[in-house]
Design a binder for this molecule. Structure first.
Ligand SMILES: [Zn+2]
Length: 76
C-alpha cells in the first residue's frame, strides 16, 4: 500500500510512504479523534491511503492570515 500525504489546501504532494503493511499506529492515526480521521484520512479503492496535511507554505499563509482557514474549513 502507498500512503500519500497531500496538502489539504493546495493539493501539493508532500510525500509518500510505500510499505507492505503500515499500521495506523505507525502513522500516528491513533492520536486522532474519529472526526479528525474522517476529515484527514481517505482510503482509496485501490488500497492506497491519502492523508491530508498542511504544507509549509500554506501553514505560513494560514499563520499570517488566520481567516483563510475559515474558507478552507467551512464546518469550523
Ligand atoms: Zn499547501
Amino acid at each position: 500500500m502507498t500512503v500519500k500525504y497531500i496538502c489539504r489546501h493546495c493539493q501539493t504532494s508532500i510525500g509518500e510512504i510505500r510499505q507492505e503493511e503500515v499500521s495506523e499506529y505507525q502513522l500516528g492515526f491513533h492520536f486522532l479523534t474519529p472526526e479528525e480521521r474522517r476529515d484527514i484520512i481517505s482510503y482509496n479503492p485501490n488500497g492506497d491511503v491519502t492523508v491530508k496535511v498542511v504544507c509549509d507554505y500554506c501553514k505560513e499563509a494560514l499563520e499570517a492570515n488566520p481567516e483563510l482557514s475559515l474558507l478552507a474549513n467551512p464546518l469550523q
